[in-house]
Design a protein. Structure first.
Length: 621
């Protein structure tokens, strides 16, 4: 009998009356005693349940570790069927590791009363759990399973050398072909004997089925369509992996993804609409040898995305519509050998975008409509070959855009309607050697636009209707060797426009209808050696325009434009004998200075008109 009950009973027997227990009547004492019993029972039950759960988790951990060891052994089995079964077992094990404990899924009793009221809270809790898993990093045991699967894909198709003779040994359903090769070391040649080493290497058949099974399993969980758990938050290291017909379409990587040195082969490799959110996404040195490689509309976030040194050998490589948001995106020294390389509509938003030393050897390289918004976009030293290179309609809005030292060998290179609005736009030392180079209707804005030392060697170079609104536009020491060089109707609005020491060769050099509005426009020491050079209807409206020490060597040069500048100078200009230079019928002639102004008799005979100064013929509106 409980102690409180015994005390009350003894008091009743002695007095014949019901006595209160410590001032309490019997009902209250009984109630308190009952509560004490319930609390004690609850504590005992909770402790027992906790012990059972801890014990269960302990044995589950041991069981999963045992399963992990067994599965790893399966994946090393020579029989491909056993290895494929090991892949399925590893998938189940990883899902088990990622599955939350059963008690975390229990719904508290009070939520059954108002399920709709708690629905929003449940969704918020689920979102916080996903975010927490992302910030905490991958589950270590599940990550170990992923590491094993990735390690299998990283294994080379050729195993280590063996001592078996050259023969084929069946092992279960698989067969291992042993091929003997001879390696010669040392110098060989007439009278010299090399050092020969014989090695036998083993090639395992049906291994591609195992690899495909691993790849399909990973991809399904990265798409979050597999029956089990999502694997998107885990890290993936495919460094040096051999991937056949890899299809990562619509996959999502929340953690680091490494494909450095990976070899992609087969008919098609696809990362269309894939999303990379990890700190690092690395394809350094990867080789894409399939017929088609697609990264269309893929999204790259994080701190670094790198395709440095990657090689693309398929017929088509497409990054069309891809978005690069990483702080640094690098294609430095990447090589594109396919027939088509497409970056049309791609967007680069990171701090730095690097294509330094990249090589484009395909028939067509298209960046049409691409957008570069980062602080730096660098194509320095890049090489463009093939039939067509196009940046038509591309937009460069970063602080610095550089094509310094780039080489354009494509038959046609075009930046038509491109917008280059950064503080620095640099084409210094760039070489344009294709048949045609076009910057028609391109817009240059910002601080500096520099083509210093650039070489235009193709048959036709065109800047028709281009707009130069940078504070300074410079073509100093640029060389135009093509048959046609056109700046027709181009507009120069910056503070300074300079063609100092530029050289114009070929059949035609045309500045027809060109407008120079800057404070200063200079062609000092420029050489005009084209057969025909025309400034017809050109307008010089700045504070000062100078052709000082310029050389006119072509057969015919015409300045039938309008000189509105406060001062225009041709001091010490050379008009080579036999070359006709015609200033007849200008639309405006304001303060134009020549060496013979004080001694008109010293005017060269090949400078027209004979009656000096020329008669102004206003343009009819």
């Amino acid at each position: 009998m409980h102690l409180a009950t015994a005390v009350v009973a003894a008091g009743e027997q002695a007095t014949g009356q019901v006595q209160p227990w410590f001032g309490l009547t019997q009902p209250w004492a009984t109630l308190i005693a009952a509560i004490g019993v319930i609390v004690a029972a609850s504590i005992t039950f909770s402790v027992a349940a906790l012990n059972r759960r801890q014990t269960q988790e302990h044995w589950e951990t041991i069981n999963r570790q045992t399963r992990f060891t067994t599965i790893a052994t399966q994946l090393a089995d020579p029989n491909p069927a056993v290895r494929i079964a090991g892949v399925a077992a590893m998938e189940a094990l990883i899902d088990d590791w990622l599955t939350p404990p059963a008690n975390t899924n229990r719904i508290p009793w009070h939520r059954h009363l108002h399920p709709r009221m708690w629905a929003a809270t449940d969704r918020a809790d689920a979102r916080r759990q996903r975010e927490q898993r992302f910030h905490d990093g991958p589950h270590p045991q599940a990550q170990a399973g992923i590491n094993v699967l990735c390690a299998y894909l990283r294994l080379p198709a050729t195993t280590h050398p063996t001592g078996d003779s050259a023969t084929t040994h069946p092992t279960g359903d698989s067969a291992i072909t042993h091929e003997t090769i001879t390696i010669t070391r040392g110098r060989t040649g007439k009278g010299l004997q090399g050092h020969h080493i014989e090695q036998t290497r083993a090639y395992q058949h049906d291994d591609h089925e195992v690899r495909n099974s691993i790849l399909r399993t990973i991809v399904d969980h990265l798409r979050d369509i597999a029956p089990g758990q999502s694997w998107q938050s885990l890290y993936y290291d495919f460094t040096g992996a051999n991937l056949h017909n890899a299809d990562f379409t619509n996959t999502t990587f929340q953690g680091t993804a490494k494909f450095s040195g990976a070899r992609f082969h087969g008919e098609q490799t696809s990362f269309d609409k894939a999303q990379f959110h990890g700190d690092r996404t690395l394809f350094d040195g990867a080789q894409f040898r399939g017929e088609r490689t697609w990264f269309g509309e893929a999204q790259f976030h994080g701190k670094r995305t790198s395709f440095g040194g990657a090689q693309f050998h398929g017929k088509r490589t497409s990054f069309g519509g891809a978005q690069f948001h990483a702080e640094q995106t690098s294609f430095d020294k990447a090589q594109f050998h396919g027939e088509w390389t497409l970056f049309g509509g791609a967007q680069f938003h990171g701090v730095r975008t690097l294509f330094g030393g990249a090589q484009f050897h395909g028939v067509r390289t298209l960046f049409g409509g691409a957008q570069f918004h980062g602080e730096q976009t660098l194509f320095g030293g890049a090489q463009f070959h093939g039939e067509q290179t196009s940046f038509d309609g591309a937009q460069f809005h970063g602080k610095q855009t550089s094509f310094d030292g780039a080489q354009f060998h494509a038959e046609q290179t075009s930046f038509d309607k491109a917008q280059l609005h950064g503080e620095w736009t640099l084409f210094g030392g760039a070489q344009f050697r294709g048949e045609r180079t076009s910057f028609d209707r391109a817009q240059f804005r910002g601080g500096l636009t520099l083509f210093d030392g650039a070489q235009f060697c193709g048959a036709r170079t065109s800047f028709d209707k281009a707009q130069f609104q940078s504070k300074k536009t410079s073509f100093d020491k640029a060389r135009f060797h093509g048959e046609w060089t056109w700046f027709d109707k181009a507009q120069f609005h910056g503070v300074r426009t300079s063609f100092d020491r530029a050289q114009f060769h070929g059949e035609w050099t045309l500045f027809g209808g060109t407008q120079f509005h800057g404070a200063r426009t200079s062609f000092d020491k420029a050489q005009f050696q084209s057969k025909k050079t025309s400034f017809d209807k050109a307008q010089f409206r700045g504070l000062r325009t100078s052709f000082d020490e310029a050389e006119f060597r072509g057969e015919w040069t015409w300045f039938g434009g309008a000189f509105h500048s406060e001062q225009t100078s041709f001091r010490r200009a050379q008009f080579i004998e036999g070359c006709s230079v015609d200033f007849s019928n200008p639309a405006a002639w304001h303060n134009v200075q020549f060496d013979w102004d004080d001694h008109r008799s010293s005017k060269p005979a090949n400078v027209l008109p004979d009656d000096w100064p020329p008669q102004i013929v206003p343009t009819i509106a």
